[in-house]
Design a protein around this ligand. Structure first.
Ligand SMILES: *Cc1c(COP(=O)(O)O)cnc(C)c1O
Length: 367
């Protein structure tokens, strides 16, 4: 069986260093806001090329705290895409704001910026581009619309650690970047964890207080905040893993290049990488009309695949109250029916990529 992701393979490759880091956390027993957190925040800010990184409890809490720090609340609107994981929208909903969707560009699965202007109202407080699958959104077009109107831009970087837009890393282009370290992401912890990145000292300060009961000292609270801290244990593990991230992303890119070569005439639409983008292939997503049949064929060949995501957010029961319907976002709806995520992780071998590709060629009868 070739899995969609293989976390064990990654952890086996650095197991001794992980064991040492975990043992060190237990030895020091400083589980909450321990010294490994500051160390990770400094290293991650440096990796992204920004002034501040603040560790939080998940990608979802990164989005929630970023929106809270940008003034999103009841009466405001937050614009994002319907072709994403629900967490992107949930953060706005949790703050009492209204979610407004803009369709995707089918070539990159990111926001179709030509449709952004129509979605803006006087209540728009934030635009949340999602760098889906590891491909950056067209940030200049988004920033152009936002800057003119004083709207904040909050990047959802949960699938795009290390991806670049015109030579700059995602998470440093808008006002705030939101990262997830869910175990299966390009950089993953041993459970839930996340971070926000920013160049704005005020936003950084507000988020670092909000995540920790609004306090700086022990019992003096500047705001009524939350408990959304990153655990010391996860920061310690991320300190071990971060130095490998560039190499792991390179491995993903090289598997994608091999898939592209082997599947060039297979009958599926391949992922694209815009000239201004450096894709980090959190997911390698192909598309075709016979998606369900292809998925079944691959399953029978012992190859696991996924669909990210089968039901667009505007058609989810959770968002029925927004009164969207079928046909409102045609590119998103079409993609949801045709996309298929193939096995992708750094430790995948060329032989495995070849096996997956042959099975696809066999399905389309070109072999
Ligand atoms: C994973 C993910 C999130 C949420 O991150 P968690 O750490 O699971 O809370 C948000 N947005 C996108 C696009 C994601 O893929």
């Amino acid at each position: 069986m070739i899995p969609l992701v293989d976390l064990k393979a990654q952890h086996d490759s650095i197991r001794a260093a992980l064991d040492d880091a975990v043992a060190d956390v237990i030895d020091r027993s400083s589980f909450i806001m321990g010294p490994q957190i500051k160390e990770f925040e400094a290293a991650f800010a440096q990796f992204c090329g920004c002034s501040y990184a603040v560790g939080v409890s998940s990608g979802t809490s990164a989005l929630f705290l970023a929106m809270a720090a940008c003034g999103v609340g009841p009466g405001s609107e937050v614009i994002t895409i319907p072709h994403t994981f629900i967490a992107t929208a949930e953060a706005a909903t949790a703050l009492g704001a209204k979610v407004v969707f803009v369709d995707i560009d089918p070539a990159t699965y990111t926001m179709d910026t030509s449709k952004l202007g129509d979605a803006i109202t006087e209540r728009t407080r934030a635009i949340v581009p999602v760098h889906l699958y590891g491909h950056p959104s067209d940030m200049d077009a988004i920033l152009d619309v936002a800057r003119k109107r004083g709207i904040k831009v909050i990047e959802d970087c949960a699938q795009a650690h290390g991806a670049q837009y015109k030579g700059r890393k995602v998470g440093t282009l808008g006002d705030v970047g939101c990262f997830s370290f869910f175990p299966a992401k390009n950089l993953g912890a041993l459970g839930d964890a996340g971070a926000v990145t920013t160049n704005d000292p005020e936003i950084a300060r507000r988020i670092s207080l909000l995540r920790n009961h609004g306090r700086e000292g022990k019992y003096e609270h500047e705001y009524a905040g939350y408990n959304e801290r990153i655990d010391t244990l996860h920061a310690a593990v991320l300190n071990v893993k971060l130095p490998h991230l560039d190499r792991w992303n390179e491995a993903r890119r090289s598997h994608a290049a091999l898939y592209n070569e082997l599947l060039a005439s297979a009958g599926v639409t391949l992922p694209s990488e815009m000239p201004w983008a450096r894709h980090v292939y959190h997911l390698y997503v192909v598309r075709c009309r016979q998606r369900d049949e292809l998925q079944k064929h691959l399953q029978e060949c012992g190859i696991a695949t996924g669909v990210h995501y089968p039901i667009p957010l505007h058609l989810q029961p959770a968002y029925a109250n927004l009164n969207y319907g079928v046909g409102d976002f045609p590119e998103t709806e079409k993609a949801a029916k045709e996309i298929l995520s193939l096995p992708m992780y750094p430790e995948l071998t060329d032989a495995q990529v070849e096996r997956v590709s042959s099975a696809i060629l066999e399905f389309f009868g070109t072999v």
